[in-house]
Design a protein around this ligand. Structure first.
Ligand SMILES: Cc1cc2nc3c(=O)[nH]c(=O)nc-3n(C[C@H](O)[C@H](O)[C@H](O)COP(=O)(O)O)c2cc1C
Length: 318
C-alpha cells in the first residue's frame, strides 16, 4: 500500500508576527512549511495601490521554497479588484480573502469576520475575486460566525457556489477572539458538507495536538499553523518527522538571524524591541520558567539589554 501523502502545512498570517522577516529567517534555518499566507493588506480607495503597501509581499525578496499567498481585507468589490490587479501585477496568481478578523473595529464595519454577516456583500466579493483571478485562484479564510457557530453553515452554500481554491476555517466565533477552545464539533459539521478543499486552522501547538486533531479529520489534508509555529518554530518539522525535532543551537541561529533582519528594518532600538517583544510573547512559554524570562525581557529598553537577558538565561525547552 502506498504511504499516505504528507499533510500540507501552511504558515498562518499573523499581522506583525509572520511577516517578511519571519518568513525569510524561517526558510534560512527551518523546514516543514509548504506555503504561507501573508498577513492581510487592506483594500484602498482610488485606482492606485502605493508600492509601500505591498512591500511585505515584494516577490523579489520572498524566501525560496515558501510560496506566498497574499491576503486582502476589505468589503468593497471594486476596491478588491484594484488590489487584486496590483497583486497580479507583482506576479501572484492566488490571493486569499480575510473573512475571519475578529477585532470589533474591523468586524463591526463589515470587514474581516464581519463579511460573513452580509450575504450580498460576501457574494459580491467572492464573485469579484473569482472573476479577477480565474477559477481556482481565490480563497477565503473564515471563522464559524460572529456571536455563534450557526453563521458559517448558513453561508456555506453561497461560499461553495464559487470556484475557490480552498476554504480555511478557524473554528471559533469572532466574539471568542482567541479565548476558550476551538469548536471541533462545529468544524466537523462544516467538514461533512464542505465541497471545497478544506484547511483546518487553530490551536495546533504541539505534535500531540496535530495527531489528535488530524486523527479526527482524516479527509483534511491542509493544516494551517499560527501561534503554535511562532512559539515553536520546529513545529512543522516535528509534525512531518513524527517526533520532537527541537534543537537549541538551531533555535539560537534562527533567532540571531531574525533579530538581525528586524534590526535592519527598525529605525532604532524602540522599534526593534517592539518586534522582539511581540515575538517573545509567543516564544517564552516554550521554555522552562518562560514566565520569568518573559517578565525580564518585557522590562528591557535597549537591544543590548534584551540580548544580555537572553544570554544570561539558560534556555531549556519546557
Ligand atoms: C497577532 C495576530 C495577528 C493575526 N493576523 C491575521 C491576519 O493578518 N490575517 C488572518 O487571516 N488571520 C490573522 N490572525 C489569525 C491567525 O491567522 C489564525 O487564524 C489564528 O491565530 C488561529 O490559529 P492558531 O491557533 O494556529 O494561531 C492573526 C492572529 C493573531 C494572534
Amino acid at each position: 500500500m502506498a504511504d499516505a501523502p504528507h499533510p500540507e502545512l501552511i504558515l498562518a498570517p499573523l499581522r506583525g508576527v509572520t511577516g517578511l522577516r519571519f518568513r525569510q529567517a524561517f526558510q534560512a534555518h527551518l523546514t516543514g512549511l509548504d506555503r504561507a499566507v501573508a498577513p492581510f493588506i487592506a483594500t484602498v480607495q482610488g485606482p492606485r495601490v502605493k508600492p509601500e503597501i505591498l512591500r511585505g509581499i515584494d516577490p523579489t525578496v520572498q524566501p525560496e521554497g515558501l510560496p506566498l499567498i497574499p491576503q486582502v481585507i476589505g468589503k468593497d468589490p471594486a476596491q478588491l479588484r484594484v488590489m487584486l490587479r496590483a497583486m497580479k501585477a507583482l506576479g501572484y496568481a492566488d490571493v486569499d480573502l480575510n473573512a475571519g478578523c475578529p477585532w470589533p473595529f474591523v468586524a463591526k464595519k463589515g470587514r474581516g469576520a464581519g463579511l460573513l454577516r452580509d450575504e450580498r456583500v460576501l457574494g459580491e466579493m467572492l464573485a469579484a475575486g473569482c472573476e479577477e483571478l480565474g477559477p481556482g485562484h481565490f480563497s477565503i479564510k473564515v471563522r464559524l460566525g460572529l456571536d455563534d457557530t450557526t453563521l458559517l453553515p448558513k453561508r456555506l452554500p453561497l461560499i461553495q457556489s464559487f470556484p475557490l481554491r480552498e476554504l480555511c476555517v478557524h473554528p471559533r466565533t469572532a466574539k471568542q477572539m482567541y479565548e476558550d477552545t476551538v469548536d471541533l464539533d462545529a468544524f466537523a459539521r462544516v467538514a461533512e458538507v464542505c465541497t471545497l478543499p478544506l484547511v483546518y486552522n487553530g490551536d495546533i501547538r504541539t505534535l500531540a495536538d496535530f495527531t489528535r486533531i488530524s486523527g479526527r479529520f482524516p479527509a483534511v489534508r491542509r493544516w494551517m499553523l499560527g501561534r503554535g509555529i511562532v512559539a515553536n518554530p520546529f513545529l512543522a518539522e516535528s509534525i512531518l518527522a513524527g517526533q520532537d525535532t527541537r534543537d537549541l543551537d538551531r533555535f539560537r541561529a534562527w533567532h540571531a538571524d531574525l533579530l538581525e533582519r528586524y534590526a535592519a528594518d527598525a529605525p532604532g532600538d524602540h522599534a526593534l524591541l517592539g518586534h522582539l517583544k511581540e515575538l517573545w510573547a509567543y516564544l517564552a512559554p516554550t521554555f522552562r520558567r518562560g514566565d520569568r524570562l518573559w517578565n525580564a525581557l518585557k522590562l528591557t529598553r535597549t537591544r543590548a539589554e534584551f540580548e544580555r537577558v537572553l544570554a544570561l538565561t539558560p534556555l531549556t525547552w519546557a
